[in-house]
Design a protein around this ligand. Structure first.
Ligand code: KIV
Ligand code: ZN
Length: 521
């Protein structure tokens, strides 16, 4: 049996999804759950781009020590130094250096000749080796790079000390046969790679919906590391989805003979929920493996078949991906111990202080609603972890709304600012939410544009909590905000205030915007 290493880049490429920024606690919690899931490598960030990424790499590499922690760096001395600093003292560090190699990137982005690109690759891989033994090199836009140049740069990177060569399909352009052939070709031209135990890796984007198929094709042609993300989140149409790759290899092991991963598939569903909650990126209902409909059989003929024999219409058992077969309901008589048990079954490990806060919030909620479901608990945890690092500059104190046919919707909102002072404002709008948001803009003095507004019932029943997620833009920044309440008007206001508080938090971080804007892949 050969192991295909799973390199998870949810915290780096995944976090590049528009509006999906994660705070420090959320990143650490995701890293802990990735560890429990069994991933081999966690790409924790791109340290040169922001203080937040630097700290995420530093904390994760020192606290989540079983998997390798990778930090990304361009072929620039300052990037490699910053990645090296972030990984200092970590037991299992890797620096992942990349440089674009395709003709189009060489001529239009880098404006460098092939020989220069070979040289900077050698220099920066060697520089990275001064910090760590474990260096990965990626020729960015590798799938559109001339095959002979790809071979040349691979040989140069290995000579300079890289142990993993990742060939990205950066723009999601490749097809499975073509992508698989690239791996076959490189291995045929450089037999020393296999002899020296150099690992070839795939990294696929999903612009044509082929990211998973391409990754699997790479594995069939010798890739022994696959880079992917939970729920397939990532730039544009996203990256290859971890759960689909793992379950395809497991369910169709006949097609992937002698290949295995180290993933504990029963942990897939809890981490999918966690990432969706933290990023605010909802999983589409019909998404393979983790979507709400993935195991729902609606048609009568299917239901009949299922009742007679599950295998008629079900190729995987939902329990194998960690979808619980029954949901435990908690209520106001459930104690701290029962809550903590459930939290652990949902896959979370909370420190005692966070657990205390979640328990307080749970009691308040259980007073308002009879049954508290798993989804309610997940949302409470999410809110607590979020507020642990977001600066709560503004807090909703009071809200009144008048609306109806033939009435001009009017909202009167009171918020407390950071000093605790109350500010009140009345505004009108096209609808009640518009009126509330207009009042909040005036009160906070922060003019954010609403890009998206979504509402969903977190759990069942007429007392279900309503969760509102908003996406908003402030200058060149996009942020998400969430609000949760049994009153949807209140959760709408809370979501908007949360987005404003997030902007304040981000403004307070020492972001190196230049690096991120200019050359991030
Ligand atoms: O898509 C890409 O090319 C990347 C590299 C940095 C590996 O994300
Ligand atoms: Zn990528």
């Amino acid at each position: 049996m050969d192991t295909v290493r799973i390199f998870d880049t949810t915290l780096r490429d995944g976090e590049q999804s528009p509006g999906a920024s994660l705070n420090h606690y959320e990143k650490l919690e995701i890293a802990r759950q990735l560890d429990a899931l069994g991933v081999d490598i966690i790409e924790a960030g791109f340290p040169i781009t922001s203080q937040g990424d630097f700290e995420a790499v530093r904390t994760i590499s020192n606290e989540v020590t079983r998997p390798v922690t990778a930090a990304l760096a361009r072929c620039m001395a300052k990037d490699v130094d910053r990645a090296g600093e972030a990984l200092k003292g970590a037991p299992n560090p890797r620096i992942h250096v990349f440089c674009a190699t395709s003709k189009i990137h060489r001529e239009h982005k880098l404006k460098k000749a092939k020989a220069q690109i070979i040289q900077i690759t050698r220099d920066h891989v060697a520089q990275a080796r001064q910090y760590v033994d474990n260096v990965e090199f990626s020729p960015e836009d590798g799938s559109r790079t001339e095959l002979d140049f790809l071979v040349e740069i691979t040989a140069a990177a290995v000579e300079a000390g890289a142990a993993t060569i990742n060939i990205p399909d950066t723009v999601g352009y490749a097809t499975p046969e073509e992508y698989g052939y690239i791996f076959q070709y490189v291995r045929e031209q450089l037999p020393q790679l296999d002899e020296q135990g150099i690992v070839l890796s795939s990294h696929c984007h999903n612009d044509l919906g082929l990211a998973v198929a391409n990754s699997l094709s790479a594995a069939l042609h010798g890739a022994r590391q696959i880079e992917c993300t939970i729920n397939g989140i990532g730039e544009r149409a996203g990256n290859a989805s971890l759960e689909e790759i793992v379950m395809a290899m497991k369910t169709r092991s006949d097609q992937f003979p002698d290949l295995r991963t180290n993933i504990d598939s029963k942990r897939i569903y809890p981490i999918s929920r966690l990432v969706s909650q933290f990023t605010g990126l909802q999983v589409q209902r019909n998404k393979a493996i983790v979507g709400e409909n993935a195991f729902a059989h609606e048609a009568g003929i299917h239901q009949d078949g299922m009742l007679k024999h599950r295998d008629t219409y079900e190729i995987m058992n939902p329990l194998d991906v960690g979808i619980p077969d029954s949901k435990l309901v908690l209520g106001k008589h459930s104690g701290r111990h029962a809550l903590n048990d459930r939290i652990q079954q949902l896959g979370f490990t909370l420190d005692p202080q966070t657990l205390d806060r979640v328990y307080e919030a749970f009691k308040t909620l259980a007073d308002k609603k009879k049954d508290v479901y798993d989804e309610d608990i997940e949302s409470l945890i999410e809110s607590e972890l979020e507020s642990a690092t977001d600066i709560e500059t503004f807090k909703l104190v009071n809200l009144q709304v008048t609306t109806g046919s033939g009435t001009v919707p009017t909202a009167t909102v009171t918020v407390a600012d950071a000093s605790g002072m109350h500010r009140t404002q009345a505004s009108v709008g096209d609808g009640p939410i518009d009126a509330i948001y207009s009042a909040i803009r005036s009160l906070t003095g922060i003019h954010i544009d609403l890009l998206d507004y979504q509402i969903r019932a977190v759990s069942r029943g007429k007392d279900a909590q309503g969760e509102v997620t908003v996406e908003a833009r402030h200058r060149d920044r996009r942020v998400r905000g969430r609000g949760l309440s049994t009153d949807i008007i209140e959760s709408s206001a809370m979501a908007f205030i949360h987005a404003i508080n997030r902007i304040k938090t981000l403004d307070n971080r020492l972001d190196n915007a230049d690096a991120r804007d200019a050359e991030q892949p």
